[in-house]
Ligand binder design. Structure first.
Ligand SMILES: [Zn+2]
Ligand SMILES: [Zn+2]
Length: 131
């Protein structure tokens, strides 16, 4: 699970592992202060911030808002949309993002700043239909 660090040419140090694990473990509660207090005995806070910023710069994590409107750090997912079969629960990645032009239109015509969008397609896959 640390492959992403190697992919981004980051050496796997104990401190980076600790911060990485905490972001994973806290999920929706992965705020900077939670991460800092959870590893206070092992990593000092300025190092935690440095590691988080490095993860941000490398595109490993991104800032998000959780349900309580707190800024959290979450692992960045590759942008993509999926078809999910309601019968066998298979997920299949759709070929390309159908919304890029919509985002562009909103930014250029309306002057909005688009941050993200999600599309989920649900249905019954060919295999299940043929059964
Ligand atoms: Zn299916
Ligand atoms: Zn998209």
């Amino acid at each position: 699970m640390y492959e992403i660090l190697k992919e981004k040419n980051l050496k796997l140090t104990d401190q980076r592992k600790i911060v990485f694990d905490l972001i994973k473990r806290f999920e929706n509660n992965a705020t900077a202060s939670n991460i800092v207090s959870a590893c206070a005995n092992e990593v000092d806070y300025s190092t935690v911030y440095r590691i988080i910023n490095m993860f941000l710069e490398k595109g490993i994590v991104e800032k998000k808002l959780n349900y309580a409107d707190e800024i959290i750090y979450a692992f960045k997912e590759e942008h993509g949309h999926y078809f999910t079969c309601v019968k066998c629960h298979n997920k299949e990645k759709l070929m390309e993002c159908p919304l890029d032009s919509v985002d562009q239109h909103l930014e250029q015509q309306k002057g909005y700043k688009i941050i993200s969008h999600t599309v989920e397609v649900h249905g019954i896959c060919k295999k299940c239909l043929d059964k």
